[in-house]
Design a protein around this ligand. Structure first.
Ligand code: GDP
Ligand code: IMO
Ligand code: MG
Length: 424
């Protein structure tokens, strides 16, 4: 039996989906524990591309059961669309379970996300506008609507009416938006409820029973450490806890249950949306990485900001998540550049530091200290199947990353496909 967690170590889109798909092969249960359809996880299987937003990335293996647990916020229309797409491709959706404790994204969450971003003007966060922040805000404000409420039409309708009586005032009077009709929402969501009720379960029991039965459980992290509400570059973060600890609060298991934590990173760094990024390359290097790595958002299609790998950040992620190994992607992409840089420390006011500061004013004063590495431009590594087969220059880069971060590299991505992974 093992309980493994896969988390992002940077600002998301590290290629978590690819490793979850791979590790799901040896798992009985795959649990998505945080975020919502702000996530976009790409899997490439037999040359076919799948973009997963809410359905766990373990779904492509016929033997796995997949759980969307209580830490997730669910937009039912998006989930149903995704389930239909996968059903059309022949995947059996009776293996999908939804926690009755998961919160539901409502149309007013999406509207408020959009209006709030607009009102922030020049200091907008660059959210995905999927209603994620407002849905989590209602959860903590204790007026959220949960999956279990979908089962009781009267309770559901009363909550929608009560919430909208207040939200409409905010939408109209604070933001000058158009108020929403509660009855139309109640009718729309009644249809979603019909579809989703067969999947809604007590996931605490389901996961607890799996642990008691010594099954293999894989936790699918969405977003990443530096987007974490507590540990990320606040306020330029998402509204949940994507870190490994979020697997406990987001699904109802104790921390002692977790055996392994894989930290996924790219051999460089990318970020979508606003916020600080010490190693960003707003120049031809950043443009080159974006084109070579096809760095455009899976969820919103936005071009991703690109820069060098920041090992200070990965070291911080190693601590915050208790990483047991690193899973690095895009070694193929970075190897196509003429030379590679790695940030091994920051220099703040002339003093070298390894700390990742909370205050964005401090982070802005941090100047990356780089080491330069020779590239392996002349070698196509896409056919390498072992660590030893990789060029020496590539291994040197990986080994320096391990050294600075204090965590061994266990998995190496040399392409987007399921087969393009080297297990060390
Ligand atoms: P996630 O959100 O962490 O699952 O990552 P995304 O799917 O949003 O973004 C990762 C992108 O990189 C996707 O387009 C993947 O297909 C692609 N990808 C993942 N690993 C590799 C790799 O090792 N090499 C290359 N070239 N592409 C990769
Ligand atoms: P995956 O799981 C990259 C970013 C948004 C924005 C910030 C807040 O694919 O790695 P939100 O809509 O969550 O309130 O937006 O967080 N963001 C992501 N960036 N990958 C993701 O998920 C993200 N999920 C949210 O771009 O900057
Ligand atoms: Mg993504």
């Amino acid at each position: 039996m093992s309980v493994r967690v896969v988390v992002g170590t940077q600002w998301g889109d590290e290629g978590k989906g690819k490793y979850i798909d791979m590790l799901a092969e040896g798992s009985d249960l795959v649990v998505r524990y945080s975020g919502g359809n702000n996530a976009g996880h790409t899997l490439v299987v037999n040359g076919e591309k799948y973009a997963m937003h809410l359905v766990p990335s373990g779904m492509l293996h016929a033997h796995t059961r997949c759980v969307i647990s209580n830490g997730v916020v669910i937009d039912p229309a998006v989930l149903i669309r995704e389930m239909d797409l996968l059903t059309d491709k022949g995947f059996d959706m009776s293996r999908l379970y939804i926690s009755e404790r998961a919160h539901i994204i409502m149309p007013y969450h999406r509207v408020l996300d959009e209006l709030q971003e607009k009102a922030r003007g020049g200091s907008a966060l660059g959210t995905t506008k999927r209603g994620i922040g407002p849905a989590y805000a209602d959860k903590t404000e204790r007026c959220g609507i949960r999956a279990c409420d979908l089962k009781d039409p009267e309770v559901f309708a009363a909550k929608v009416r009560e919430n909208l009586a207040f939200k409409n005032l905010v939408i109209e009077r604070v933001y000058g938006g158009v108020p929403l009709d509660p009855e139309a929402i109640i009718e729309e969501y009644a249809k979603y409820a019909q579809r989703l009720i067969p999947h809604i379960v007590d996931s605490v029991q389901l996961i607890g029973d799996a642990i008691d039965a010594n099954l293999d459980i894989l936790y699918e992290g969405a977003q990443a450490t530096c987007l974490d509400l507590d540990f990320g570059t606040y306020p330029y973060v998402t509204s949940s806890n994507p870190i490994a600890g979020g697997a406990c609060t987001g699904s109802g298991i104790g921390p002692r249950r977790i055996d392994e934590v894989y930290g996924v990173l790219k051999a460089y760094t990318s970020r979508v949306g606003e916020g600080p990024f010490p190693t960003e390359q707003k120049n031809e290097i950043g443009d080159r990485i974006r084109e070579l790595g096809h760095e455009y958002g899976t969820t919103t299609g936005r071009p991703r900001r690109c820069g060098w790998l920041d090992a200070v950040m990965i070291r911080y992620a190693a601590r915050v998540n208790g990483l047991t190994s690193l899973a690095i992607n895009h070694l193929d992409t970075i190897g196509k550049l003429e030379a590679i840089r790695l940030c091994v420390a920051y220099e703040k006011d002339g003093v070298r530091t390894m700390g990742f500061p909370a205050d964005l004013k401090d982070l802005a004063r941090c100047v990356p200290v780089y080491e330069e590495f020779e590239s392996w431009q002349d070698v196509d590594i896409s056919h390498c199947r072992s660590y030893e087969a990789l060029p020496k220059k590539a291994r040197k880069y990986l080994e320096r990353i391990e050294e600075v971060c204090g965590v061994p590299v266990g998995l190496i991505g040399i392409g987007p496909g399921r087969e393009s992974i080297i297990q060390r």
